[in-house]
Design a protein around this ligand. Structure first.
Ligand code: NDP
Length: 322
């Protein structure tokens, strides 16, 4: 592992440092990919100083496949490095039939995390997230369950994902009262999805909660991938969570417009998009996906130029509004 390749940033007001760029296993770690290609991406990540790997019970397909794959590679290659990496997973989204197969009840969350630990072949994860809000389960029960998961050694830290600023404030207060501080929030954030700038980031700063943002490349839209059409091996062609209709003339026009600014900075559009998301110190880490080790290596070079001039930021804001 090459720790010199990455800056490590403090996650909120906690003791935990996370790499500026973390790797997510939502795509590319399920069916249709060879174990060797997946192993190559994970080993490359370690080589690039990426110490944080993000999973969820559902990631695949099929459900659970990404955790299974990570577990297999962990057994083979990563076990000696267990204390050098941070593994996160999540629960809440539907996993099995019946009333206990989803949601943020104590009943579901305990079962889904235990199944995740089985698939991962780990005694504990480092961060366990509530993947989304569950308005039907009292927040008191959700907070008490997270506290229980920490106290029983199943996870070291807890987080929430996709929670509104209001629900985040409420659960942070409940968790603080229980003595298990909320470590981190995981929202979506990119140059074309800037919603967290309105309120969430200031809530996280006030509460001392870190922010690990997902889809900072807008699932690949903020790269040169779609400048000349939709390649057969791309996520938009696969059409699961990103479709052909998401590759709009407006998005392609935006990527072309910011390409000149990226070139002047000596960066690719993808590298600049990652540096841009990291320009705010309240953002702890950007969580990228990669369908190849080469993509990951190229993207990590974003850390070579993280700063922006006021003129560059103003030009990027103007391009976003056009
Ligand atoms: P990104 O926005 O980084 O998109 C990654 C995709 O972009 C890659 O798979 C690849 O797609 C394309 N790409 C990456 N680099 C390049 C490059 N240099 N050139 C061309 N194309 C490139 O992030 P994801 O959407 O994958 O999300 C990252 C992680 O965030 C997930 O794995 C997951 O851990 C987390 N997440 C969490 C969610 C939540 O609800 N909490 C929701 C969504 C994600 P291609 O296949 O086309 O090559």
């Amino acid at each position: 592992m090459n720790h010199d390749r990455q800056p490590y940033r403090r996650c909120g007001r906690s003791g935990l440092l996370l790499p500026a760029i973390s790797l997510g296993l939502w795509h590319n770690f399920g069916d249709g990919r060879t174990l060797e290609s997946q192993r190559e991406i994970l080993l490359k990540a370690l080589d690039l100083g990426i110490t944080h790997f993000d999973l969820a019970d559902r990631y695949g397909p099929p459900l659970g496949a990404a955790e299974h794959t990570f577990g297999a590679i962990h057994r083979r290659d990563l076990r000696p490095l267990r204390d050098q990496i941070v593994v996160s997973t999540k629960g809440s989204n539907p996993m099995w039939d019946g009333p206990y197969g989803k949601g943020n009840s104590r009943k579901h969350l305990l079962a889904t995390l235990d199944r995740s630990l089985d698939r991962l072949g780990l005694d504990f994860v480092d961060i366990f997230y509530l993947h989304r809000e569950d308005p039907e389960t009292p927040l008191e029960e959700q907070a008490a369950t997270l506290d229980h998961l920490v106290r029983t050694g199943r996870t070291l830290y807890v987080g929430v994902s996709n929670f509104s600023p209001e629900a985040t404030t409420e659960i942070a207060a409940l968790l603080r009262g229980l003595g298990t501080p909320l470590l981190v929030h995981q929202p979506r954030y990119s140059m074309i999805r800037r919603g967290i700038e309105e309120k969430l980031l200031s809530v996280l700063e006030r509460e001392g909660v870190g922010c690990v943002v997902y889809s900072p490349l807008a699932q690949g839209l903020l790269t040169d991938r779609y400048l000349d059409g939709i390649p057969d091996d791309s996520r938009a062609a696969e059409g699961r969570f990103l479709g052909r209709s998401d590759v709009t003339p407006e998005v392609v026009g935006f990527v072309r417009a910011i390409g000149a600014i990226a070139a002047e900075r000596g960066q690719t559009v993808a590298q600049m998009a990652l540096a841009w998301a990291l320009r705010d110190p309240r953002v702890t880490s950007v969580l990228v996906g990669a369908s190849s080790a080469a993509q990951l290596e190229s993207n990590v070079a974003a850390v070579d130029r993280l700063g922006f001039t006021d003129d560059e930021l103003a030009a990027l804001d103007r391009a976003a509004k056009e």
